[in-house]
Design a protein around this ligand. Structure first.
Ligand SMILES: [Zn+2]
Length: 89
């Protein structure tokens, strides 16, 4: 009698979460200032104020957030392969 096959399920979602890079370096297109920011994993950031010149950055057309447009790493939903959860209406 072997019931061990029932034990190996579960914990699949944790693998995806662990592969997501939480930091992204945003480079301002106006003054060139680059700053590494920690991205929220449950929501995307639509606006970002440059720490160098104060310019309020917003996503380029087709991008869901400022990290996808100006960051070195796209936002967590994109990294995970899901549809962006922050897509503007
Ligand atoms: Zn700037």
């Amino acid at each position: 009698m072997t019931d061990r096959s029932l034990i190996t399920t579960g914990a699949v979602g944790a693998i995806v979460a662990a592969s997501v890079i939480p930091n992204s370096t945003i480079r301002c297109p106006v003054c060139g200032t680059a700053k590494t920011e920690i991205m929220p994993t449950d929501a995307c950031q639509y606006f970002y104020e440059c720490t160098g010149c104060g310019e309020l950055l917003r996503p380029k057309p087709g991008d869901c957030c400022v990290f996808c447009s100006y960051g070195s790493v796209p936002c967590p939903p994109i990294q995970a392969g899901d549809m962006p959860t922050c897509r503007p209406t």
